[in-house]
Design a protein around this ligand. Sequence first.
Ligand code: 13P
Ligand code: SF4
Length: 353
Amino acid sequence: MNTMSVESIYQDLKTKLHDVVPDVELRLKSEIAFEINKLKKERNAVILGHNYMEPALFYSIPDYVGDSLELSRIASKTEKDIIVFCGVRFMAETAKILSPQKTVLIPAKKAGCSLADGITAEDVRQLKSKFPGVPVVTYVNTTAEVKAESDICCTSSNAVAVVKSLKSETVIFLPDEYLARNVAHETGRHIIFPALTGGDPGNETLLDKPIIGWKARCEVHEKFTVEDIQNVHKQFPDVVILAHPECSPEVVAASDYSGSTTQMIRHVQQTNAPRYLLLTECSMGDNIMAANPEKNMLRLCSIRCPHMNEITLEDTLEALRKTQHVVEVPEEIRVRAYRAVERMLQIIPSAAD
Ligand code: 13P
Ligand code: SF4
């Protein structure tokens, strides 16, 4: 557990962030981070931080940082009494589903996700009655109620492996239209959007090992365009572009690499290009440069995730002080959602995935 003084937190942040965050702000943030770390110890809490957290938070308070899958695995194993989830609600809910005996706190009540808002449990029930017996794969960016209606969950890092593991001719893949299209492309499947999912009437024929998709999108990643990529290439011909698989298939095809947030970070760390651009929440560019000063990151910071940006050091301190915003999942929903999430955690992607 971190017991660093205010000064040592400040020095550590300054080493990493002197090029990104002004000194006066780092001093202020170090004081808040110190209070959080002290309280974290007193309350026997663990702090999980998603890769999208802003740099000063990302590098001062989390015990673990990672993508959705990595943080779910950690949440399922922690022995602490309290999990403070610095991420969005569906991530904190997944932690509660996996560790029901723990108190799970989310620092900002409003931190939602357009994908989680894009489908309801009733939508999934209707799809299941239209396509009986077809397995339902649900992206973790959904509510606990939607997970409870599903056979198995996936994240952006294991979606292909999860679909392959089902060995089923037809698969329902919810709710991200673009992730479904990207997974269909990678697994050599056809994709259809029946009328029920917002697609064309009559588009219900189950030919060519189809994936049945749904028309929800990430409000952040849908904004990146092929034109953005062309413009950046014109100005920086040597740039390597990485796209999250919530981007459109056209954007993914025009990029050099696609993967989960952690897979993108690893790709940058393990390769040696003159400069990189991440098509995802732009704080990740700052976080990578802070730990890898030799890397040159371009940023498209007009596109941000408003939900992830709700999570601040100030609100994290308040959450721990007041034990506030406790995440609850009704037990009847939780046990059904648990089956889908736990089944996902058993899937270990092979090198071929
Ligand atoms: P990762 O699982 O890749 O971290 O993605 C979560 C997310 O919400 C991306 O927008
Ligand atoms: Fe949801 Fe998109 Fe924000 Fe990720 S970036 S949390 S998918 S709205």
